[in-house]
Design a protein around this ligand. Structure first.
Ligand code: GAL
Length: 819
């Protein structure tokens, strides 16, 4: 059993919190929020008659949301998204769903439909009436169905999703209604969409104020009572207020604080009472925490100075694509938590609400980001074409939807927007060039000069103002890759948290360049690694590509998993962490990225189609750097020796070891000591030995005060003999199982590429992967080749009966496990 499966067996606590959060809205009474995911008809085609109520969709595919049609497709160099967008198909798709609504009294009759996210350019109709179009693929939106609903009769919702204009993203976006859909039934008088805002504030000593603001809809001429009740995690009432005022302040003494290690959350129940009857109610998660960013000492949470040890992530879930799956999301966060990560940057767009719920309850600080571009585009058909018309609405909705989440401690108005410079015309660039130019130096003449504010600085102020109007409790930043204070965004003076991407060598100058301003690395590292592949000598740094404007080729299509390769704008993991760790004014960093994601396969082109930046590969197998962070960011004793021990006799091999909680480590090759290593100072993150390979075993022993505290042995593997199945992560109804090719003694065959065929009882195979960044095998299949000996299969249970998973491969002994 591997570390994760062992830990997963003890995750009942997390699981129950998780469940509690996701079922919460459905359990309400006066307001009925129904999950509207099941039983949609889907067609990948386009015809304007598809919006008609009477259109015959009986031959369309029947499916449940969330759904991503792109992930079902084949990788192809010809797909217009390009390798940068994941080389999967786009197009126009339609979804339709028929449903009946019970008749209701006039006072009860209000119904809305809420989409958490549709990529992209969606248009929604009900019974043939157009409700609206929403271009931004990452924003949540709602339509009022009330005027068009047939009460007591049959209704049809039709949704057109248009992701045909490509490329429109620098990473894989997915296609379709990829997040949840909800039906929200209320009385006519009700709390408006995202109409409760609660943000506890410490006033003095242990005393906290809990200001609550409620926005009502259709309350004209009526004076309902508003009752706010604050409940702790055991359901005990902590404070309550009832009045006709939409702004109330509850008082709380000595609450349980929220922190990354003790994420205590409270529930605020808001009830609207008319003539003694509760006509609407909503429950909001909130928490008590006090934080600040300081220009000289960095980040403070509840009076404790700490580093933000964060990662950036995109939204895809590997082989499941963009289609939201809470189990997969929980698995991603769970593995990051185990590594010691305490913060997530939702790059570069508003996330699924479920991600924020999980961050609230698992203890992650969040940087919530709105856009990857403003008016200047990065790819031909991206959101820039909608920015002028939609940015105010989208940014407003992001803040309204998300501002109650205690995990959010930073707002970001954008990532590496080209408005940092006076002009940066990307129209003529390919997607790959656009990605690379973002990180190349810009001409100083394009920076802000003089005291007059440029249009780009004014635009910065305008965006900051939109957020400020809705929330003043968090600092606002932007991920800037131009570190000069004359960057038009910085020059605006509107950002109260300075954020750089990369340029770790410029951190020294931050106090000089930005006097009195707090600072964080909004994005960092971008090291390049393929799990299981090692390029020696390990102390040589491989910069790929050497220059951004030169194509990079290498027949391996891989990047070294020693921490010795990175992009020209970036660094090794150790180099950036060393600066962040030792500069007290640096609040922390968000490493690019926690997990590999589909798209942006820098430094390669097709058939590479997913990123090399992750600390965890796309299938969920940690790369070695995972353990470096674990040794620095957690209190766990870490002992991680690598690489494998399958080489050519006589070959010179660099063995690295990440360790913590030990004084020294000693390496043995077939029982012969290769020397003792100690980390001499707080700037050393690994130790290494250069040894001659001979088949057999390599072992590292850790000692404290001369006493052994741990050992790890790696053996030369023999011929592939069998498949080993182990559960990697078990969720509510999704199962992640690892398959490994092993020899007769059970050693991992580290170069095995056997194609493994899976079958199962009582579960459906919903994805397969192996973490290879350049495999063009389909993610939706029942078989997968092992990559460096390993692959992953993902199952969804079909019934409550026990699941059996079988794995077979030519020449290997069959295996099965019961889940
Ligand atoms: C950054 C950018 C990210 C990603 C990364 C790759 O400049 O913000 O989205 O492209 O580079 O290193």
């Amino acid at each position: 059993m591997n570390t994760f499966s062992r830990l997963c067996n003890h995750r009942i606590g997390w699981a129950s919190i998780f469940l509690f959060i996701t079922i919460l809205p459905i359990s309400m009474s006066a307001r009925k929020v129904t999950n509207f995911d099941s039983g949609w008809r889907f067609m990948l085609a386009d015809d304007k008659r598809m919006s008609d109520k009477t259109f015959d969709d009986s031959s369309w595919r029947l499916l449940d949301l969330p759904h991503d049609w792109a992930i079902e497709g084949d990788f192809s160099a010809g797909n217009p998204s390009g390798a940068g967008g994941g080389a999967l198909p786009g197009g126009v798709g339609w979804y339709r769903k028929s449903f009946r609504v019970e008749s209701a009294s006039p006072e009860q009759k209000h119904m809305a439909i809420r989409f958490d996210g549709v990529y992209m350019n969606s248009t929604v109709w009900i019974n043939g009436h157009k409700l609206g179009t929403r271009p931004y693929g990452y924003i949540s939106f709602e339509y009022d169905l009330t005027p068009f609903i047939i009460w007591g009769g049959e209704n049809v919702i039709a949704v057109k999703v248009d992701n045909s204009d490509q490329p429109n993203s620098r990473w894989y976006s997915g296609c379709g209604i990829y997040r949840h859909v909800w039906l929200v039934e209320t009385s006519l008088l009700h709390i408006d969409t995202w109409g409760v805002f609660v943000m506890p504030k410490k006033i003095k000593g242990d005393n906290w104020q809990v200001p609550v603001n409620v926005v009502l809809k259709n309350s004209e001429g009526r004076q309902p009572m508003i009752r706010n009740t604050l409940l702790d995690k055991n359901g005990r009432i902590v404070a309550r207020q009832e009045s006709r005022s939409v702004s109330q302040t509850l008082m709380v003494r000595r609450p349980m604080l929220w922190s990354v290690s003790t994420p205590n959350v409270y529930k605020l129940k808001t009830e609207i009472i008319l003539n003694g009857k509760v006509v609407d109610e909503e429950t909001t998660i909130t928490a008590f925490r006090e934080f600040r960013f300081d220009a000289s000492s960095g980040f403070w949470l509840n009076g404790r100075n700490m580093k933000i040890n964060g990662v950036c992530n995109h939204h895809d879930l590997g082989c499941l694509g963009a289609a939201l799956n809470e189990d997969a999301l929980h698995r991603q966060l769970f593995k990051l938590k185990e590594m010691g990560v305490n913060a997530i940057r939702c790059s570069h767009n508003p996330p699924a609400p479920e991600l924020l719920n999980l961050c609230d309850t698992m203890g992650f600080i969040v940087m919530d980001e709105s856009f990857d571009m403003w008016r200047r585009k990065k790819t031909k058909n991206d959101y820039a074409r909608f920015f002028d018309e939609w940015h105010e609405r989208d940014l407003t909705d992001m803040v309204l939807r998300d501002r109650n989440h205690p995990s959010i401690m930073i707002w970001s108005i954008g990532n590496e927007v080209l408005e940092q410079w006076s002009s940066a015309d990307t129209d003529a660039l390919t997607l790959e060039q656009a990605n690379l130019i973002l990180n190349a130096g810009q001409d100083a003449s394009k920076l802000a000069h003089g005291s007059e504010l440029s249009p780009n600085s004014l635009l910065t102020i305008h965006l900051v103002d939109i957020i400020r109007r809705l929330d003043t409790s968090r600092p606002i930043t932007a991920g800037c890759n131009e570190p000069s204070p004359n960057n038009h965004l910085f020059k605006s003076g509107a950002l109260n948290l300075i954020g750089f991407n990369y340029h770790h060598e410029m951190i020294n100058d931050v106090p000089k360049n930005f006097p009195g301003k707090p600072f964080i690395m909004t994005e960092s590292v971008s090291a390049l690694q393929t799990r299981g592949f090692y390029r020696m000598p390990s102390d040589s740094i491989f910069v790929m590509p050497e220059r951004w404007d030169r194509p990079y080729t290498d027949p391996t299509m891989m990047c070294s998993a020693y921490d010795n390769s990175h992009a020209p704008w970036s660094s090794t993991h150790e180099a950036t962490w060393d600066v962040v760790k030792h500069k007290p004014y640096c609040s922390g960093q968000f490493i690019w990225t926690g997990w590999d994601y589909i798209g942006e396969p820098t430094p390669y082109g097709f058939p590479a189609r997913s990123s090399y930046f992750g600390i965890i590969d796309l299938a969920g197998f940690p790369k070695d750097a995972y353990y470096m962070y674990q040794s620095e960011w957690t209190n766990k004793p870490v002992l991680h020796l690598f690489p494998h021990w399958d080489w050519l006799p006589g070959q010179t091999i660099d063995m690295w070891c990440y360790y913590s909680r030990a004084d020294e480590v000693e390496l043995f090759v077939n029982g012969k000591s290769q020397g003792i290593r100690r980390k001499p100072d707080s700037h050393t993150y690994h130790v290494s030995w250069r040894v001659q390979y001979e088949p057999g075993e390599v072992m590292v022993v850790a000692r404290t005060n001369g006493k052994e505290t741990g050992r790890q042995i790696i053996r030369t593997s023999g011929q592939p003999y069998a498949i080993r199945l182990t559960t990697d992560y078990i969720g509510k109804d999704t199962y992640f199982v690892n398959a490994e090719v092993v020899d007769k003694e059970g050693n991992l065959c580290t170069t095995a590429e056997n194609d493994i065929v899976f079958s199962s009882d009582n579960a459906e195979i919903i994805g397969v992967d192996n973490g290879s960044q350049f495999s063009t095998e389909r993610f939706k299949a029942n078989h997968r080749k092992a990559f460096f000996g390993r692959c992953l299969v993902v199952l969804k249970s079909k019934s409550p009966n026990p699941i059996t998973l079988r794995a077979r491969s030519i020449g290997l002994a069959d295996t099965q496990i019961n889940l």
